[in-house]
Structures are given as structure tokens and as C-alpha cells.
Design a protein around this ligand. Structure first.
Ligand SMILES: *Cc1c(COP(=O)(O)O)cnc(C)c1O
Length: 451
């Protein structure tokens, strides 16, 4: 692209003017122009691969679907078409899109002070840490805030290394912890790691759900002097397809980690804050991890937010030099306002209980669909509203995802990875919308004509 500074400024000015127009006052013509240009911009300035992979999005109309606004569990594209959101941003939108109470708090904080001087003490961050300390199990108390889930995991790994003086980790096959180099080292999937090897040293991967495999690795690591700092796992694997471990898994992990004197890290980035039917995933088994990672829903779906928390005993290593781990924008006042408001919403709307109840309902209905239309959906897994629909193969999964999309239901499902698709809507999605989404899903199943 040839450099053109004048055009760069002009285009920015034009777009800011569109952004600044009050909701509902951007003309359809303007939005059509935006939609058309967005496809070109993705192709020319982001990554054309997206347009190929997100086929369900590009096939739905004359232009790729361009997200414009949304409210609750309804997304609206630039051409005014409406979609029921059962993807929930992979757990980002636990409270729905633009929850009014969260938006209200963020707007108020925006007018007071959106960012932070880096020098004075920030009351919002301090309060949020205190609130999370009270929500979290056991003596989890001190925390550090960042912007993305992967940063929370990176911080947790550093803390475990500082505290134990050891460098190894045990993590789980198919586990997902984010895509920066440290988190990626923990990931249990070949595709994303192989081109980047070597990653961090001393990481061993074992099957998720198999506590004895963890003990085996710890025993062997110890015998040969490979020291392990921590065991890292998601309470319920999200990205892997809402995989629930056996009931004694987390209690056993706790016992084994104590026995071998290694830390237990729960990556609650997707499971935290009500998603699985309890405030935290580990609450299902009453286990207290040594370090917990949060993200996604923590920011209330309005401002990005993440964090990792631990116990006073472990946190002591961070105290002599609190600058061993820092971030300029993590835990900024806007993000904290968003998170604090989100926590009030979780309480007022009793979201963990809603997730448990609706999760049971959806799971039952999906299983019925699977039976009524054989050869499509062979398993439904998960807990609360972290549900995995396991299709017979990628192709069928992809047809379901694109069929849903064509019928105005947003879910994830790329051409190459659609064997399992998550059903992960906002926890406060009304039953009518759930039913509507499920009815449209039945319509897709019917149209597939498999048996
Ligand atoms: C999404 C996710 C992450 C990474 O979060 P990002 O904000 O995408 O970096 C980490 N761990 C788990 C369990 C996740 O689901």
C-alpha cells in the first residue's frame, strides 16, 4: 500500500463521524457502504483467511455479515438483520451484550477517569480485588489485573515460578490457555504449537480428567530431577468442547499437588463468574486452587478485563518488588467499573442459578433432537451454559453452523473445526430465545436428511 498520510487522516475523521452519530441515526446507505468496505478491509488489511474460514458468515448474504450493534442475546448487523446469539463470544457475553447496568457504570467512570496515572493509588482496582477475594474460594485473596485471558495465565505461570523456584508445568491435552508464547506452551493441541517449538521448557501434557496421569508425571519428574512448579487445568475444558472431568478429578488433583508440593492453577477464564452454574468452575467440587485465572466474562462484556489471584502466602513473593510483574493498562478504571457492575448483575439476576437451570434444559432438548434425527449429533457435554454439541463429523457440524446462521442464529463453526460446537449463550438469555434457537436448530437437522 502506498503511503498517503492525508488520506489516512481523512478516513479516520470520516469514520469517527459515523461512530459519533447517535444510535439509530446512521442511514442504511451509510451502513451498506460500511458493510461493503469492511469485507474489503478484512481482505486487504486484516487477513483474507478470515473470510474463507468464516464462510457461514460470508455466505449468509450479498456481503459478509457486518456486526453493528446488539442488546442482550440479540445481535444486529449493519443491514438491520437480527441474530440470536448462542455463542456468547465464547464466554465473553455471560451477561449479554451491552447490559444496561454495566454500560451505565462504565459511562459514569468514563466521564470521571477512564485510565490511570500509573502513580497514585487506584480505588477501583483496590475495591475490585477485595470483592473478588470475597467471592473466591478458600483463602484466595491477592490479585493482579490484566486485559486478556492469556495475560492472566502468563502472570499465573510467573507467580508459580517465583514462588516455587521451579520451572516445569503439567497441563492437559486439548487444554486451552491463550495464544501468547507462555500460555501456548501449556496448550494441548499440536496445530498451534508445532510451528513455534521450542516453547517453554519442562512442560508435560497429560490427558484431561486423568488424575493418576498427573501423579505419574509428578513421580517421574521428581525421580529424574525435572522440577514442576504447578499443574494447570481448566475446571471444565472449554475450547476442547465443554468437557467435564470425572467427579473426583479436581479433589484428586488437589491431593496430588499437596503430596508433591506443587501448586494447582485453575484457569477459570471461561468457566468463571457463573458460566457453569456456580460462581467458579472449581466450586462444583469444593476445591481451592492455589492460583486462579479469570478473563472473558470478568469484564462484563463491555471492557476487556482479566486477572490472576492467589493466597497471601504465595503472594508474598510478589511483595519485595511489586514491579516484577506490571502492565500499563491492565485493571484500568474503566475495566474495573465494568467488572464491579458485572458482579452486581451476577448477584441481582442470580446468574449462576440461571446457568444451571437453563443448561439442564438446553442439554435435555439437544439430546432429544439428537435422538429424533439420528446421524447428526452424537453427544452433548458440559455443565451449566457451557455446552458442547458433538457432531458426527466436521462436515455435519459445519452444515449445522451455517444452517443456523442462515436462519439467524449465531454460533461458531469453521470449515475445519466444526465437529464440536459450543452452545454458550448469555446466562440471562430468555427461555423464549432459547426455544426459538432450538426450534431453528431442529429445522436445520430436518433439512440435513441424514440417517
Ligand atoms: C479464552 C481463554 C483463554 C484466553 O483468553 P484471551 O482473552 O483470548 O487471551 C485462556 N484460558 C481459557 C480457559 C480460555 O477459555
Amino acid at each position: 500500500m502506498t503511503r498517503n498520510i492525508q488520506e489516512a487522516f481523512e478516513e479516520a475523521i470520516d469514520f469517527v463521524n459515523i461512530i459519533k452519530k447517535p444510535a439509530g441515526t446512521v442511514s442504511l446507505e451509510e451502513r451498506q457502504k460500511v458493510a461493503k468496505e469492511t469485507v474489503e478491509n478484512f481482505r486487504d488489511y486484516i487477513n483474507k483467511g478470515f473470510l474463507e474460514y468464516r464462510k457461514s458468515v460470508t455466505e449468509a448474504g450479498e456481503f459478509a455479515v457486518t456486526e453493528w450493534t446488539g442488546q442482550g442475546s440479540i445481535l444486529k448487523d449493519a443491514l438491520d438483520r437480527e441474530y440470536i446469539d448462542i455463542l456468547g463470544g465464547f464466554g465473553l457475553y455471560s451477561y449479554g451484550i451491552r447490559h444496561p447496568r454495566i454500560v451505565e457504570a462504565v459511562k459514569a467512570q468514563l466521564d470521571r477517569s477512564p485510565q490511570y496515572s500509573q502513580e497514585m493509588l487506584d480505588p477501583l482496582r483496590a475495591k475490585l480485588a477485595r470483592v473478588i477475594a470475597k467471592l473466591a474460594p478458600g483463602d484466595i485473596q491477592y490479585g493482579f489485573f490484566a486485559n486478556s485471558g492469556t495475560e492472566a495465565v502468563e502472570g499465573a505461570m510467573k507467580l508459580a515460578k517465583f514462588y516455587t523456584g521451579k520451572k516445569g508445568f503439567i497441563s492437559m491435552l486439548k487444554g486451552f490457555h491463550g495464544k501468547t508464547l507462555g500460555s501456548l506452551s501449556l496448550m494441548g493441541k499440536n496445530d498451534y504449537r508445532a510451528p513455534l517449538l521450542p516453547l517453554l521448557e519442562g512442560i508435560r501434557h497429560v490427558d484431561f480428567g486423568d488424575a493418576e496421569a498427573v501423579e505419574y508425571e509428578l513421580k517421574h519428574a521428581k525421580a529424574v530431577g525435572d522440577e514442576i512448579a504447578a499443574v494447570v487445568a481448566e475446571p471444565i475444558q472449554g475450547e476442547a468442547g465443554a468437557i467435564v472431568p470425572p467427579d473426583d478429578y479436581w479433589p484428586r488433583l488437589r491431593e496430588i499437588c499437596d503430596k508433591y508440593d506443587v501448586l494447582l492453577i485453575a484457569d477459570e477464564v471461561q468457566t468463571g463468574f457463573g458460566r457453569t452454574g456456580e460462581i467458579f468452575g472449581v466450586d462444583h467440587w469444593d476445591v481451592q486452587p492455589d492460583i486462579m485465572c479469570f478473563g472473558k466474562a470478568l469484564g462484563g462484556g463491555v471492557v476487556p478485563m482479566s486477572g490472576f489471584f492467589s493466597t497471601p502466602k504465595i503472594w508474598e513473593v510478589m511483595e519485595p518488588n511489586p514491579f516484577m510483574h506490571t502492565t500499563t493498562t491492565g485493571g484500568n478504571p474503566l475495566a474495573c467499573a465494568s467488572a464491579l457492575a458485572a458482579i452486581t448483575v451476577m448477584h441481582e439476576e442470580n446468574l449462576p442459578a440461571q446457568a444451571a437451570e437453563k443448561g439442564a434444559y438446553v442439554t435435555k432438548r439437544l439430546r432429544e433432537l439428537g435422538e429424533r434425527y439420528p446421524g447428526i449429533l452424537h453427544d452433548v457435554t458440559g455443565m451449566g451454559l457451557l455446552i458442547g454439541m458433538h457432531f458426527v463429523d466436521d462436515e455435519i457440524g459445519y452444515h449445522v453452523a451455517s444452517g443456523l446462521f442462515a436462519r439467524g442464529v449465531v454460533t461458531a463453526g469453521t470449515l475445519t473445526n466444526a465437529k464440536c460446537i459450543r452452545f454458550e449463550p448469555a446466562l440471562n438469555i430468555p427461555y423464549e430465545l432459547l426455544d426459538e434457537a432450538l426450534n431453528r436448530m431442529e429445522d436445520v437437522f430436518k433439512s440435513l436428511n441424514v440417517s
